[in-house]
Design a protein around this ligand. Structure first.
Ligand code: SF4
Length: 352
């Protein structure tokens, strides 16, 4: 069952925001300029007692800078956990807004800076807190499970926060206890979890503008051209794509699969920034991005998240220079949102 939450005007406004984000992405810089900017950024991080936590989807310079300077490249949960345990007084987030909020929720005493505070996520934008709260009020008998890609206010309304790495197992566990659930915001991941577990999930109808563009039919044709390839798919993708996967998993799980599986050729259906880490961790293997458009069609995102790509070295330096992009969350909201996040962290820890 899918709830009719998003109207056409909401979807048009998300598409418009994505278009604006794409327009503000800086063109690639010459290598010598990038090298010099990386050096400057490293100096600013050290001067400001700051650690850089970067998502797998941001550009390779930021990923490498994070690793060279003692930060991390990870999925959203690990980014927040890393910032929480690191001794630096400032955490700089190379990612999107909800990731900065999650870091702040876990580390309220630290200064958390977003490289680009306008970097959104279509899942977060597609799940406004007021509308979501009303929706939950209409279904008081259901446990509220929300994906990490949501605002602090939406998390504050939830019983559980999950990442794609634990979504299926957690929902299976709650279902086994007889709980019916609301799932938000990604309808594709929700549908995947529902098909896998048989749980009674009422789905919000948000989507990731990047993953929903992967196309099953075109992927199937590509597979025929490369019969030796293993297909790695993030579960924010449509069912027709997931059904062709050899491995379905979170970003971290897909990177691990690329290292572990014996195949030397992979087709990857998730944001293309992840290919950098896959090529780093399995340099002798070949990785091909999954197709995002049907015959004659034009892709909108082309497997590149416009908001993730707003993060760059110049904006990082500027954020550290002037202290811009600082995340602040109302303390009552933060404290309520911290409860389901800590529940998720503990659930993940027990299963590790
Ligand atoms: S890739 Fe999709 S889910 Fe990830 S931040 Fe971009 S819009 Fe959100």
């Amino acid at each position: 069952m899918l709830s009719p939450n998003l109207v056409e005007s909401d979807q048009a406004s998300i598409a418009q925001e994505a278009k604006q984000a794409r327009a503000s992405v800086q063109p690639p810089l010459a290598q010598n300029i990038r090298r010099s900017l990386r050096q400057q950024a490293a100096e600013f991080l050290s001067r400001e007692d700051a650690v850089l936590v970067a998502h797998y989807y941001v550009d390779s310079d930021l990923q490498e800078l994070a690793e060279e300077t003692g930060g991390c490249v990870a999925d959203s949960l690990e980014m927040a956990r890393f910032g929480f345990t690191h001794s630096a007084s400032t955490v700089v987030v190379a990612g999107v807004r909800f990731m900065g909020e999650t870091a702040k929720i876990l580390s309220p005493e630290k200064r958390v800076l977003l490289i680009e505070p306008q970097a959104e996520c279509s899942l977060d934008l597609g799940c406004p807190a007021d509308a979501f709260s009303k929706f939950c009020d209409q279904h008081p008998d259901r446990t509220v499970v929300v994906y990490a890609n949501t605002s602090a206010q939406v998390k504050a309304r939830a019983d559980w926060v999950v990442t794609s790495s634990i979504a299926r197992d957690l929902v299976a566990d709650l279902s086994a206890k007889g709980e019916k659930m609301i799932w938000a915001p990604d309808r594709y991941l929700g549908d995947y979890v529902k098909r896998q577990t048989g749980a009674d999930l009422l789905l919000w109808d948000g989507s990731c503008i990047v993953h929903e563009e992967f196309k099953g039919e075109v992927l199937s044709n590509l597979k025929k051209q490369h019969p030796q390839a293993k297909v790695l798919v993030h579960p924010e993708s449509p069912a027709s794509v997931i059904d062709l996967a050899d491995v379905v998993g979170s970003t971290t799980q897909l990177i691990a699969a690329a290292q572990r599986l014996e195949s030397s050729f992979f087709i990857v259906a998730t944001e293309e920034g992840i290919l950098h880490k896959m090529r780093q961790s399995a340099p002798d293997k070949t990785f091909l991005a999954a197709p995002t458009a049907g015959e004659g069609a034009t892709c909108i995102s082309c497997a590149r998240c416009p908001w993730m790509k707003m993060n760059d070295l110049q904006r990082l330096i500027s954020a550290l220079q002037v202290g811009s992009g600082e995340v602040s969350i109302d303390e009552e909201v933060r404290a309520r949102a911290a409860v389901p996040i800590h529940r998720m962290v503990e659930y993940g820890r027990q299963r590790a």
